[in-house]
Design a protein around this ligand. Structure first.
Ligand SMILES: [Zn+2]
Length: 391
């Protein structure tokens, strides 16, 4: 990057942070199908509209010490973290690749990856507004790079970046759709959704066909390797939760409200947390455990079994439960552990299905930044199609 461009870097960070603020709105609203333009942002606790002075990325959260100005309700640190992350992404892209369409492409892809990883993790949704919108921007940026070559080198270059970007989008969509269709044929179950197909098409417009193969490979490896990490964290946090729950009935109820479900000795539900409440047809607090709806039935059956085992003196029960409605709209794989505590039986629940979109998002950013040299090594004298898209 040119020395005088360094002066621009703080502004690039600020621009990224403002976009990060918009990314927060997308993460929050797009999975619900709500508009990202109106209404104005509100405090989720007291619904007071957030004033402009309290909406400055990162700074406002720090000045307000993470609380709403009107009602003092805590504001999730996720908001300033996403703002700072997207600011850092823009800063790093400009620092590494100078000001221009290459840096903008890398920063946009990484920002889209942050949004999609968050919505996929939280709501199992990859919104079309992001996948299709950023796919279109990727093609525009590729055409811009063609024009930049024409202008600086004075030679005919139309299509040099644009066609590999288009080919990457089509190739990615066809490969992932094909793998999903084959999986459905062989196993009779849904492997990858259309959201993943659209997401890899978006990534392909930035990394080209060779980069698509690298991204899919890296995402699959990461998916296999990283899957062990959440399991370790879960073991540690559950151990602490059960230790606390054993100390008193109040603590047991609190742990249930955080991570699971508390069933009293008479079979009535005495405390529920978000993982239980989100299951369609799950009985509410105070209701008996038995009349659970069809979706909630496997978890209720696990809790009843754990109750019987606890009554027979067996202290803990483990389970891995697939919870699904018939449309496939609601799908969870839950790890469960039940143990007798003061006040009844505490069942802790945790999701163990990290969606593939999260790994695709991480892999796409790594491949965009470092995949070029990897493709050179793999291809030897024959460059991979679309190599020119990657720095
Ligand atoms: Zn408030």
């Amino acid at each position: 990057m040119k020395p005088e461009d360094v002066l621009v870097l703080p502004f690039v960070f600020a621009l990224g942070a403002i976009l990060g603020s918009f990314a927060n709105v997308c993460i929050h609203r797009l999975p619900k199908g709500a508009s990202v333009v109106s209404p104005r942002s509100r405090c989720p606790a007291c619904l007071t509209p957030i004033a402009a002075r309290d909406n400055v990325p990162v700074l406002s959260w720090l000045l307000l010490r993470g609380r709403c100005r009107a009602c003092r309700a805590p504001i999730s640190p996720r908001y300033p973290l996403v703002e700072a992350l997207v600011g850092a992404i823009f800063f790093a892209a400009a620092f590494l690749h100078g000001l221009g369409p290459v840096a903008l492409a890398g920063a946009l892809l990484a920002t889209a990856a942050v949004i999609l990883a968050a919505t996929d993790l939280e709501a199992r949704v990859l919104p079309d507004e992001i996948t299709f919108g950023v796919l279109g921007l990727g093609l525009v940026l590729a055409a811009w790079r063609d024009l930049a070559v024409v202008r600086t080198e004075g030679r005919e270059a139309f299509g040099e970046h644009f066609f590999p970007a288009l080919a990457g989008a089509v190739f990615g969509a066809v490969v992932v759709w094909g793998v999903g269709a084959a999986y459905r044929l062989l196993r009779g179950a849904e492997g990858m959704g259309m959201g993943d197909v659209k997401m890899i098409a978006m990534i392909g417009a930035f990394v080209g066909p060779g980069g698509v193969l690298l991204t899919l490979f890296a995402a699959s490896v990461a998916g296999t390797v990283i899957a062990g990490l959440p399991a370790l964290l879960r073991i540690l946090s559950w151990r602490a939760a059960f230790a606390r729950a054993r100390s008193s009935a109040t603590c047991a109820k609190e742990e249930a409200e955080r991570h699971g479900l508390l069933v009293a000795g008479d079979g009535r539900i005495a405390g529920t947390g978000p993982r239980w409440k989100e299951i369609p047809g799950s009985p509410a607090e105070g209701a008996p455990l038995s009349p659970a709806g069809p979706v909630a039935r496997p978890v209720a059956a696990f809790a009843r079994l754990a109750l019987r085992r606890a009554a027979a003196g067996k202290s803990t029960s483990f389970g891995r439960l697939a919870v699904e409605d018939e449309t496939g709209e609601f799908f969870r794989v839950l790890a469960a552990r039940g143990e007798a505590v003061p006040g009844g039986l505490l069942v802790l629940l945790s999701r163990v299905d990290v969606p593939f979109g999260v790994f695709l998002a991480a892999a796409s950013v790594v491949v965009w930044q470092w995949g070029g040299p990897a493709l050179d090594l793999l291809g030897g004298a024959l460059p991979f199609p679309g190599r020119g898209l990657l720095p």
